[in-house]
Every structure is written in structure tokens, then in C-alpha cells.
Write a protein of this length. Structure first.
Length: 313
């Protein structure tokens, strides 16, 4: 039996005087969240999406939709709304409004029976996934919602293009189609670990000379060593960087690949690739190296340097 979502539930309030600070807006946000929660409870329902909207005194509209898995308490709803309002007022969620907020509106979307949601209307979640979600939300409360990210798959040519980091709890919109044709894409199997940012490396010959890709797409020498430098301490190069929750195409660390020099026992490639043909051209080449005793590493050569783009477990 197919369940059709119930009508949306909306709560809204005008801020008088308009709010320029989060502590002023938070009081109204809590009242609206409690009202929304009570209306859901009276229906015996939960929502799959929570839309938070605000309007500045200039008329500018701010809207954000959060994914909701299962029932939330009034306090949890309040936290979601407060985080979003704080992000807007501080400019952390994009350009800050140039005027105070005059109106706040909450909309519960995709409303359905609580029992149906628990039985899998939107998919049953394992206990570990639920615990991970709660932990992510606690971290959002500590460092801000915009800095807790989760990787989701999308279409693209390179492993990095095929994963997008989105805010935990945010609705994933505008993703590139995974089933669309991607000429020049790296063929599967794809690396199981993709770093958030490409890591520098050096592909060397047995004599310690740097291997490069010449204009004809050939390697200048036989790769014999892969040197991975020690990364900067966490937060040293990117202060206040994001936290990442594991997911498809994990973007956390480099697995078994540690800093140091790794013997190369086999290579595949290079595969030249030219991207962004409609604008400034970016030429590069992909090479896979099999290291001993580790495993396979996907490297990219561009602008005279080598970069680790992915690691196979």
C-alpha cells in the first residue's frame, strides 16, 4: 500500500522588533519549534523534511531545507532552527542579510504517520547509523552546522568529482547524475578512499629523479618509488576546517598509505585528460601505481606536480 504524504504543517511568526542577533531570534524559534512539534504529536506524525525560512526587513528571503530521520523532540527541532538562523545572521551559511530578520517560518514537509516512518516509509536505519547521526548533530551544536559534512555520490570524471561533501542533515540538491555519460572518466573500480583535498606526492625513478608526463603523454622514466610527505598538523593549513562523517566514497585520511617512501612494483597509465574545454584548459594525466607491501594508489600529474587522488583498500 502506498502512503501519500499528509498536508504540510506550517508555523510562522513576525519579529517585532526585527532580530539582528541570534539570542533575540532564538526565543521565537523555540516557540515555533514547540508549536510545530505539538501539532505533529497531535496527528501522531513525523516529517521527512524541515524547511526553515526567514525574511529580512529588506524583503530578502532565506530558505533552507533539512532532512529529518524519524521523530525529533522540541529541543532537537529548536536546535536545528537556531543553528540555521545563527548561520544566516553570522554569514556562515552564505552572505549575511544586510538587514534584521522580520519573519521566521517553519514548514514540516512530507508528513506521515510516525509508525509508518519507523517501519521504513523513508527507510529503516540501523542502530549504528542512528547513533552516528546523533553524534554528528552534537558536533554541529559544538562547532556549527556548516562545518559537519557528509560525502554523497554524484556524477563526474574523477573520483573527487564523483563525491560531494554536503552539510549533515541538509537536503542534497543539484547533484550531477551518476548515470550521465562522462567522457574521459576514470574507469571502475574506483578508489575506496578519496581525501577531501588532493595530497602532494612525488613519483621517482630508482635514481631518485622526478618522473613527469611529457607533452606527448609519456612518462619521462620508469617509476620505482612513491614518496608521500608528512602532512601539516590538523588545522594548521586550514584553520577551523570541516569535520567529515564517513559515508560513500569515504573522504577521511589515506588508509594504509603513510608518509614515507613506498617501492613501486607496477604501474598503469598514464591516461591524459583535458578538462573544462569551454574555458581555461586544464591538462593532466592519471597514473595508477601498485606499491609494495601496500596497495594501489591513484595519482594525478598536473602543472608539474604529482597528487594522491585516491587509495584502494
Amino acid at each position: 500500500m502506498v502512503h501519500r504524504p499528509d498536508p504540510d504543517i506550517t508555523t510562522a511568526a513576525t519579529l517585532d522588533p526585527p532580530a539582528e542577533r541570534i539570542d533575540t531570534a532564538a526565543f521565537t524559534a523555540r516557540r515555533l519549534a514547540e508549536e510545530l512539534q505539538n501539532r505533529l504529536l497531535r496527528r501522531g506524525a513525523v516529517c521527512a523534511r524541515l524547511e526553515v525560512a526567514a525574511r529580512a526587513t529588506t524583503g530578502r528571503e532565506l530558505v533552507r531545507t533539512w532532512r529529518i530521520d524519524g521523530a525529533l523532540t522540541a529541543s532537537e527541532l529548536t536546535d536545528r532552527v537556531r543553528w540555521q538562523l545563527e548561520g544566516w545572521l553570522s554569514g556562515r551559511s552564505g552572505r549575511a542579510p544586510s538587514a534584521p530578520l522580520a519573519r521566521i517560518e517553519l514548514v514540516a514537509r512530507e508528513v506521515g504517520p510516525a509508525g509508518a516512518a519507523q517501519d521504513g516509509l523513508w527507510g529503516r536505519r540501523a542502530r549504528g547509523e542512528v547513533q552516528a547521526g546523533r553524534a554528528a548533530e552534537r558536533v554541529q551544536g559544538l562547532i556549527g552546522p556548516e562545518r559537519v559534512l557528509v560525502p554523497v555520490p554524484e556524477g563526474g570524471r574523477s573520483p573527487r568529482d564523483r563525491v560531494r561533501a554536503v552539510v549533515w542533515g541538509d537536503e542534497s540538491t543539484g547533484l550531477r547524475r551518476t548515470d550521465a555519460p562522462w567522457p574521459g572518466q576514470i574507469p571502475p573500480p574506483y578508489p575506496s578512499i578519496v581525501p577531501l583535498e588532493a595530497r602532494p606526492a612525488a613519483l621517482l625513478t630508482a635514481a631518485g629523479e622526478l618522473v613527469v608526463v611529457d607533452p606527448r603523454g609519456h612518462l619521462s622514466g620508469a617509476p620505482a618509488q612513491l614518496r608521500v610527505p608528512t602532512p601539516s598538523p590538523p588545522g594548521a593549513s586550514v584553520p577551523g576546517g570541516p569535520a567529515v562523517v564517513g559515508g560513500p566514497g569515504r573522504q577521511v585520511g589515506l588508509g594504509w598509505l603513510r608518509p614515507g617512501t613506498h617501492p613501486v612494483v607496477a604501474t598503469a597509465g598514464p591516461w591524459p585528460v583535458t578538462e573544462r574545454w569551454w574555458g581555461q584548459r586544464r591538462r593532466g594525466a592519471w597514473v595508477q601505481v601498485d606499491t609494495d607491501p601496500g596497495g594501489v594508489v591513484l595519482l594525478c600529474f598536473r602543472e608539474g606536480s604529482w597528487w594522491v587522488e585516491g587509495v584502494h583498500d
